[in-house]
Design a binder for this molecule. Structure first.
Ligand code: ATP
Length: 234
């Protein structure tokens, strides 16, 4: 397994947000976490990237226990994250934002920049525009592009489709598939369960801090309970 979280418990003060979550992601997979608001999806990603610390359990990555490793070292180890809300530096240009994603790397990053421009031609066209003046969809592309600049082995995506027009939603999901096809493992958190299950290999359903189902994504698309709860009952 490339990434394994093992029975993690995470608290905000006295509130238990994660009550023993176990999730594993194999190299080359797209795995998705679905669940209602407050189920613990974002907290799970933050615990993997080191933004939250755990009360018990373990996070293992690439054969190492990284449970106590600081966040910036996890980026260097190969964990990339495009956070919910995007976190673009508004006063910096698009290109400067992208380069920030690679600031910890010493080597030449022009190859990565070219690859990001190829995936997102809009970011090449707008390289001198201030990040804060990009549209919602463009900022989402920028956040993903910036995470890719660090050459992650696994990319953590938190609600990449949030707030986007339907056409852009399609585009973002196609790009995630392409990123995966080019060799990056993906752990995807989505409210848009239908789309997420369509592109993922496997999925976990989270409810109030626990995993209640884990299965191949295609099985969950056909699961009556999942359909009723997360796919609009259709
Ligand atoms: P959403 O889709 O709404 O973002 P989520 O599944 O990502 O939901 P989390 O954001 O991980 O859920 O939240 C899990 C639980 O932890 C919720 O009950 C939430 O209220 C609580 N929580 C999250 N962040 C904080 C915080 N900073 N302080 C206190 N409680 C928090």
């Amino acid at each position: 397994m490339l990434l394994e979280i093992d029975d993690i418990h995470v608290h905000y003060g006295k509130i238990a947000a994660l009550k023993g979550i176990s999730v594993s992601v194999d190299e080359g997979e797209i795995v998705t976490l679905i669940g209602a608001n407050g189920a613990g999806k974002t907290t799970t990603l933050k615990t993997i990237s080191g933004l939250r610390s755990l009360s018990s359990g373990a996070v293992r990555f690439d054969g190492r226990d990284i449970s106590r490793m600081p966040g910036h070292k996890r980026v260097l180890a190969g964990i990339g994250q495009a956070p919910e809300g995007r976190g673009i530096f508004p006063g910096m240009t698009v290109e400067e934002n992208l380069l920030m994603g690679a600031y910890a790397r010493k080597e030449d990053v022009s190859k990565e920049l070219a690859q990001v421009h190829e995936l997102f031609p809009r970011l090449a066209e707008r390289r001198t525009q201030a990040g804060g003046t990009m549209s919602g969809g463009e900022q989402q592309m920028l956040a993903i592009g910036r995470a890719l600049m660090a050459k992650p082995k696994v990319l953590l995506l938190d609600e990449p489709s949030m707030g986007l027009a339907p056409m852009l939603v399609q585009q973002i999901f196609s790009i995630i598939v392409e990123i995966n096809r080019r060799g990056t493992t993906v752990l995807l958190v989505e409210q848009n369960a239908q789309q997420a299950l369509q592109i993922a290999h496997r999925a976990y359903v989270l409810e109030t801090g626990r995993v209640v189902k884990a299965a191949p994504a295609g099985d969950l698309l056909d699961d009556p309970q999942v359909r009723a709860a997360y796919l609009g009952g259709a």
